[in-house]
Design a protein around this ligand. Structure first.
Ligand SMILES: [Zn+2]
Length: 206
């Protein structure tokens, strides 16, 4: 079993079982299948239950593993400056495009750009070297900290032991519209960018 981007991949004797939990899916390990499981798999370590009350998550079997994903966000990022130069898309949308870099969704894109002090609407190719350096530090910084707190739970997300994440209390801008920026005190703004709610500080994200 391994993770690739936002996917959880089980390599079987033949083929692959690929889960995408999205906002609400859970994989729970227990001695019996969970009562509300959409599917359950018997493993050597117990029953692995796939639970998703809102049915947004997916589980797919395929003979070949075909995931169109960019590089991992926690690996070497030395390729990033050249890639950014080639795109005029707003940097937040660029970060969320899984073909560019895998594993960054709406919440973490907002938090990464706040950490780096970059306005989410800036074209990717407009970032200066200093800003790209801050971005390259913020990507693993924010994601690692979120994982240390076992992720972000707003409603359904649970870790494999059934516990909610702990990162939602540490979010700096996401879903904090109107609250003072923790860095400069300016009220956090919410805008729509690419159809997604986008939170940022107009004071210190330039
Ligand atoms: Zn600020």
């Amino acid at each position: 079993m391994r993770r690739r981007g936002k996917y959880i991949v089980f390599a079987l004797d033949r083929g692959f079982l690929v889960f995408h939990l999205r906002m609400t899916g859970r994989l729970l390990l227990g001695e019996v299948p969970a009562g509300d499981a959409r599917a359950a798999f018997r493993t050597e370590g117990g029953w692995l239950s796939f639970v998703d009350r809102r049915r947004l998550a997916t589980a797919e079997y395929s003979r070949e593993l075909r995931l169109e994903l960019g590089p991992e966000p926690l690996g070497d990022l030395s390729w990033l400056p050249d890639a950014l130069v080639a795109s005029r898309r707003p940097i937040k949308l660029w970060l969320m495009d899984q073909k560019n870099i895998a594993g960054i969704g709406n919440i973490y894109a907002a938090e990464i750009l706040f950490s780096a002090g970059i306005d989410p609407r800036r074209p990717a190719n407009s970032l200066r070297p200093q800003e790209i350096s801050r971005l390259m530090a913020a990507i693993p910084g924010v994601l690692t900290r979120a994982m240390e707190h076992r992720g972000t739970t707003f409603s359904d997300y649970r870790d494999p032991s059934g516990n909610p994440g702990g990162f939602q209390g540490l979010l700096q801008v996401y879903q904090r519209a109107g609250e003072p920026c923790p860095r400069c005190g300016t009220p956090i703004q919410r805008i729509e960018l690419g159809g997604r709610g986008t939170y940022f500080c107009p004071g210190c994200q330039r």
